[in-house]
Design a binder for this molecule. Sequence first.
Ligand SMILES: Cc1cc2nc3c(=O)[nH]c(=O)nc-3n(C[C@H](O)[C@H](O)[C@H](O)COP(=O)(O)OP(=O)(O)OC[C@H]3O[C@@H](n4cnc5c(N)ncnc54)[C@H](O)[C@@H]3O)c2cc1C
Length: 389
Amino acid sequence: MRANTATKLGDETGWGKRHGIWSDRLSGFARLCEERAAEADEASHLSPAVTTALREAGILVAPLPPDHAGQGLLQSSQWLLLHEALRAFGAADLSIGRLFEGHCNAIELVRRYGTSRQFEDLAAGIRRGAMTGVWGADGNKPLCIKRHEGRWQLEGGKILASGSGFLLKPLVTASSEEGQRIVLLDLEGEDARIDLSRWTPQGMRSSATGSVDLSGIVIGDDNLIGEPGDFMRQPYFSGGAWRFCAVHLGAIERLVDLFIAQLRARRRDEDPYQLQRVATCITAARSTAYWTKAAARHLALSSHDAESCVALSNLTRGVTERAALDVMEVIQRGIGLASFMRPGPIERISRDLRTYLRQPVPDLAMADAARFALAAEVPVRDMWTADAN
Ligand SMILES: Cc1cc2nc3c(=O)[nH]c(=O)nc-3n(C[C@H](O)[C@H](O)[C@H](O)COP(=O)(O)OP(=O)(O)OC[C@H]3O[C@@H](n4cnc5c(N)ncnc54)[C@H](O)[C@@H]3O)c2cc1C
């Protein structure tokens, strides 16, 4: 029987065998994250051992193409490899999963919309150990690009910026006269701009999701990625939501494993109500996995069909959120008070998952998916014939 995240990774799909050394490194890294997750939660920052391993185990470079020393995780043909990495990190520590997901998102944006020179520069920075991410959320002072003494400079800042103080090369969105722009920054030595004092959530404490004041930073053409409006271009903007769902999936599965282990340890595994709960949890977890894989595969292979990619990813968000909430409720009732006790992993993972589940406009995502179905005028079974039937 599989005991932990690391063994689960290779066994699940067989890709462990196909990707040998990378798989071993990934499994080792996930195991380390899992071991250090409680300490990171307590300290509200990642363990130094984890940040070192992020670089040394080749995790940061993995999304880069092979000719840039990576594993090509972002190539369409490798959608399952990326799915499994996100799932493994979600199982190990949701904060790491969040940061790695943002890292992948940023690399993909620069690869898709940036010049080859911009991509080369980012890849070189990542090979030197820099992590990237995407900071899109605006607070009271939305980030904008203004003309100042003949130069372009940033005014305002970002909120809910994961990896604040840790990400050296974040992408930020900023409004300009031409529309919304993507700006690639170098924040080395800019720690004074970071404010983590308002990051006081129940969970995801070590994701360091702070506020950043970017006023006064001078930018040039090298900083501007793509054209105005590229950031929200579909299907990639909404369709990419499957990635955070895959991270959530890892945590859901980990909770179910912990629940089963608890029932066994307390010899409560024959009770018919508990059996019913286990079945409920397993169906929720497995169903989520089918959806996240379908959404990932559909975006990778059918991106020309933008609306259907977006709709499938939006529905996957709803399925994943429902499954996570159901599993957490069932486990709380099945284990009782012990599931609220610190420093138990069930308490911490549930706290992290409940926090990280809060993603932008969940109602709109479901409403848009419903509109897609209404407009499609085909039977449900034919809506995603290639991938999800
Ligand atoms: C751990 C963590 C890390 C994060 N890291 C990053 C990061 O690195 N970069 C980044 O850009 N963001 C980040 N975010 C922010 C994230 O992308 C979302 O912006 C944020 O989580 C939105 O949460 P919310 O529940 O407040 O969403 P909301 O969208 O405000 O939703 C709250 C509720 O309001 C409803 N609602 C929304 N809009 C309307 C409306 N106009 N009218 C009526 N109802 C409405 C929604 O459907 C929902 O029911 C992070 C969030 C978390 C939890």
